[in-house]
Design a protein around this ligand. Structure first.
Ligand SMILES: [Zn+2]
Length: 350
């Protein structure tokens, strides 16, 4: 690993995050500081293709008693332990005056990406990943059309380090009666940028990344993937369509094929980096579905990896939890260079 010192340009500075409108402190010169704390255990051994005890594998019975379809590609079902759902109590205990509460209505669903228990996105062919994107497209449209749903949050938590003990490839969907904070922040910034400059905010970000070029991981006619200049996490990656759409369901089939290719390229690079299933939180950044004017919003997918070195967690502490801004211990250029250097073929298939 390159030894970076305080004198290395770009390794110690503040960078402006234009979508969140906040500063990120890049303090990459601290990456090599001594570490005597806990490290993260290596992931569990490779799972099998079918696990009779898995609640996501085809044909298995879940804890609710429901039986999974013998699906061949993707499979969507209502979460058996929903955080929002139709069964949430509608009678709310009136809080102390001044405080507010509301029923936890909404829909929580699970999306199985593949019938194969041991096949992550990184090892799925792009055509199969396009099938997953198509599920996000249909689910966002269907759930977003419900009058009580203000926003549809699609995400994937991958790896034990982010709390997922089941390796079966799957994501989740939370369709809620409220709008999620992150996307409101991005929407406000995008709308203001559009008003003040007449240009799209993500379009300007993409243009800046193309002009620099060092952090681009993958690009074709429709889609670009890059480590953003203002990355908060080591190995943070944005995957964005070049055409501005507010929701994944506005993408054409050609754009979805490109998006799937980019998701494949990024997740293969992740796994190849340390030759292990690479943990991350993957989030679809979409506009609300509340009927408002969200034309300024530019849909993209963000990968937030929690590890900054193999088995070394990026802890969120005083600055992040307390102050609300990130201190990044890594240089986005150096992390992008590591990902760009990875073979295009998954290490298990090489
Ligand atoms: Zn399974």
């Amino acid at each position: 690993m390159t030894q970076e010192g305080p004198a290395t340009p770009g390794s110690w500075e503040q960078r402006w995050h234009p979508l969140r409108e906040e500063w990120v402190i890049v303090a990459a010169h601290r990456q090599q500081r001594p570490w005597t704390g806990n490290t993260v255990a290596a992931p569990a051994p490779t799972p099998v293709a079918f696990d009779p005890g898995c609640y996501l594998c085809p044909g298995n019975t879940r804890i609710s008693g429901a039986v999974n379809a013998r699906y061949a590609a993707t499979f969507v079902f209502d979460n058996d332990h929903p955080c929002v759902g139709p069964d949430a109590p509608t009678t709310i205990v009136p809080p102390t005056p001044f405080y507010r509460a509301a029923p936890a209505v909404g829909v929580a669903r699970v999306v199985c990406f593949s019938p194969q228990h041991d096949l992550t996105l990184a090892e799925m062919p792009p055509a199969a990943i396009a099938g997953v994107v198509d599920v996000w497209r249909r689910q966002t449209r269907e759930l977003g059309a419900r009058p009580e749903i203000k926003q549809v949050l699609c995400f994937e938590n991958k790896g034990e380090i982010v709390g997922v003990s089941n390796p079966h490839p799957h994501g989740q969907i939370y369709a809620t009666s409220f709008r999620w904070k992150t996307f409101d922040t991005e929407l406000d910034a995008s709308a203001r940028h559009q008003r003040e400059t007449g240009r799209g905010l993500m379009a300007d970000i993409i243009r800046a990344e193309q002009r620099d070029g060092r952090r681009i991981l993958h690009e074709d006619e429709h889609v670009i993937a890059f480590v953003p200049y203002f990355a908060r996490y080591a190995y943070e990656v944005y995957v964005a369509p070049k055409r501005r759409v507010a929701h994944v369901f506005d993408l054409t089939d050609d754009e979805i094929a490109s998006l799937a290719g980019a998701l494949s390229a990024v997740t293969v690079a992740f796994d190849n980096l340390w030759r292990m299933p690479f943990p991350y939180v993957q989030v679809l950044h979409q506009a609300p579905t509340d009927g408002g004017d969200h034309d300024a919003f530019h849909f993209f997918i963000g990968f937030n990896p929690p590890l900054r070195q193999p088995h070394l967690l990026k802890y969120l502490a005083g600055p992040e939890i307390g102050g609300g801004n990130f201190v990044s211990d890594t240089s986005p250029e150096a992390k992008a260079a590591e990902l760009r250097a990875q073979p295009r073929v998954h290490y298990k298939h090489a």
